[in-house]
Design a binder for this molecule. Structure first.
Ligand code: T46
Length: 137
């Protein structure tokens, strides 16, 4: 199967707030642009740690820092963009062939990720040269 072209987008989620506090709702095919099959979260990330260093062939994901913040370096093979993900109403949508590296996790960072597929190691490209080869196909 052909890999999905890489794309990312920063989204602002609607917040419902009243005197009691705030609420953000995530709904498949409404503000989450896919059917949700999996949710995972990264937490207690040690100081100075970098994660990621891979791309996906098909996966669609939406990442939100529900606490704290972290940095994403996104690379589509020709352009790199560094994004600070911070705020419970800020989401980063990623699909397909985007190389990602995450860093600068704050000690309180909880990075929640929604995905459109179950975990499948075969969807990962964990070598940068292989990623570039996929891009040029
Ligand atoms: C991504 C970024 C943002 C599972 O068993 N199930 C899962 O759903 C996931 C996500 C991971 N794992 C296992 C696979 C590894 O043995 O957990 C271990 C750590 O995974 P990984 O090194 O891929 O974690 P990150 O933080 O580098 O990347 C993760 C996601 O894997 C990836 O899809 O886009 O977060």
């Amino acid at each position: 199967m052909l890999a999905l072209a890489g794309r990312h987008e920063c989204l602002t989620l609607n917040t419902i707030a009243d005197v009691r506090g705030g609420l953000v709702a995530l709904e498949a095919l409404h503000n989450v642009p896919f059917e949700i099959k999996r949710v995972y979260y990264l937490f207690d990330t040690a100081k100075g740690v970098k994660r990621g260093f891979h791309a996906h062939k098909q996966l669609k994901q939406l990442a939100i820092c529900v606490s704290g913040s972290c940095q994403f370096l996104l690379d589509n093979g020709s352009q790199k963009e560094s994004i600070t993900l911070e705020g419970v109403d800020k989401a980063l949508y990623m699909e397909g062939l985007i190389w990602r590296e995450m860093s600068e996790f704050t000690s309180d960072c909880v990075l929640m990720v929604l995905a459109n597929a179950y975990y499948d190691e075969a969807d990962y490209i964990r070598n940068y040269q292989t990623f570039l080869e996929f891009i040029s196909r």
